[in-house]
Design a protein around this ligand. Structure first.
Ligand code: SF4
Length: 476
């Protein structure tokens, strides 16, 4: 049986006369073109948004932005690959009208305009708002750790450096003892061994010196760690592993799992980042009040309080931590606070009404106890290993109690959080293969993540609305 044959390569063909004929009516490039043409690039902060009057003309920032949007949407992020695609990819040839910037120009554009990409991300959020794609009722806030261009072996914490220096001292000590033995002629290996040892000692000393200098630098700066390749990257614990990278925070609207706000930081934990992330998202959505759900990594009294003050109703589960939990004793939840008596009722039915106020770095808390009751308690072994049990209460703990009541009344909200944030993070890391940054430095990775988050939103909006609907919204 014959196969379908292609034409001979040297055969003269009548190809469609215009590149327009090669691009489908529902191709995403048509939306990228319309969207970028509609942006005020000067206001967004792009350099050369007006052409220079004199000198050699440069590429228009709009064309370069179109190239990047197409690239991030199609998993092409490196400047060299973008250069290659601009030459051979018909959709890109259409989008750029045959322009072929070289990789250096492409790379320079992303570096020089790093602070402008967030404005483009926001412009698309505004478009999604116009299309009523946000529920504007519930946000899921979460953070993910994305790898930096920094090998873990080139990241040093103070502890790590102190350990390395101690180990180097120990090795040097051993080598010097061995060297002495060789000098006294007690070693059977002869002169060759002595020279090899001297070389080893020089190497260890050199490394130790560099480590001591880094430790000194950390002590002087007050920082906890240093990264040699990407100075802004930090070691962060992710599950069982430690990643040297950045913490990308997102606020995702629960209706269609679209990202409303995104921000990259090098904070190792999520604690304290809820009010700022949800607050920026609330502003972008233009609502007076909104609910925000986050995992227990965000549980911090002052941050929860800041959410309430900013018109955000927070839902954050209380983490099970503390020595009582670790030792299998009564958790704090078993102690009921009585506001009228300003005292706690313990599991043994006693009132803990002896109060002691303390202030640690501005955090005011009160310790409640009843030494006399504990001394006579039959179930003390299940409660404390000390002479009496103390319950610590933050001065504004009513904020956390209100949140616990809200969570009890809406238990399903935590499951909504998981499925809402897993979609963007799963898509970005697996499908889009953008779980690793290409650039170095906080400002540059922020630019990269703005493009990544925008590409994710764009793909979602295409699935929900379709290209013709999006183009219509831009032109409306
Ligand atoms: S040890 Fe003290 S706080 Fe604990 S149950 Fe007994 S009386 Fe209550």
């Amino acid at each position: 049986m014959a196969y379908i044959e292609g034409h001979a390569r040297d055969q003269a063909l009548l190809l469609p006369a215009s590149v327009e004929d090669y691009v489908a009516a529902d191709s995403p490039v048509r939306f990228i073109d319309a969207f970028v043409d509609d942006l005020d690039l000067g206001e967004a902060g792009f350099h050369r948004s007006r052409p220079k009057a004199t000198g050699r003309p440069g590429y228009a920032p709009g064309d370069m932005l179109k190239l990047y949007l197409y690239g991030y949407l199609n998993r092409v992020r490196s400047s060299r690959r973008l250069e290659a695609e601009a030459m051979r990819n018909l959709e890109l040839i259409w989008l750029l009208r045959g322009l072929r910037p070289d990789y250096k120009t492409i790379a320079d554009f992303r570096r020089d305009n790093r602070s402008a990409f967030k404005a483009v991300f926001r412009a698309f959020v505004i478009l999604c708002r116009k299309l009523d794609l946000f529920g504007r009722e519930l946000l899921a806030v979460d953070g993910t750790r994305l790898k930096a261009v920094n090998n873990p072996g080139r990241n040093f914490s103070r502890d790590k450096l102190a350990r390395y220096i101690a180990a180097a001292d120990e090795r040097l000590e051993g080598y010097l003892v061995e060297l002495d033995a060789i000098d006294r002629g007690e070693d059977g290996h002869g002169l060759g061994r002595g020279e090899a040892l001297a070389a080893k000692i020089a190497r260890v000393r050199e490394r130790r010196q560099a480590q001591a200098a880094m430790l000194e630098q950390l002590t002087a700066s007050g920082e906890s760690q240093i990264s040699l390749t990407d100075r802004d990257a930090r070691a962060m614990v992710t599950g069982q592993k430690t990643t040297v990278g950045y913490n990308a925070q997102v606020a995702v609207d629960a209706k269609h799992k679209l990202i409303v706000e995104q921000h990259v930081t090098n904070a190792a934990t999520d604690m304290g980042l809820l009010a700022s992330t949800a607050g920026a998202a609330k502003e972008a959505l233009g609502v007076d009040r909104i609910a925000a759900v986050a995992d227990m990594g965000y549980y911090k009294g002052e941050d929860i309080e800041a959410c309430e003050a900013a018109g955000i109703t927070p839902y954050v589960a209380r983490p099970e931590r503390g020595s009582a939990i670790a030792n299998g004793r009564f958790p704090k939840e078993r102690f009921a606070y009585d506001p009228a008596a300003d005292a706690y009722r313990c599991p043994g039915g006693q009132l803990l009404d002896t109060r002691y106020r303390s202030v640690t770095r501005g955090h005011v808390s009160i310790q409640y106890s009843s030494p006399a009751a504990c001394a006579a308690c039959a179930i003390k072994a299940r409660c404390t290993g000390s002479r009496w049990r103390r319950i610590n209460r933050w001065e504004n703990e009513a904020v956390l109690e209100r949140m616990a009541k809200r969570l009890a009344a809406r238990p399903g909200v935590l499951a909504i959080r998981r499925e809402t944030v897993e979609h963007p993070f799963g898509s970005i890391k697996q499908w889009m293969n953008q779980g690793v940054f290409l650039m170095r430095g906080l400002e540059k990775v922020r630019a990269e993540f703005s493009l990544t988050a925008l590409a994710y939103n764009l793909r979602r909006a295409i699935t929900i609305i379709g290209i013709p609907g999006l183009i219509q919204a831009v032109r409306a």
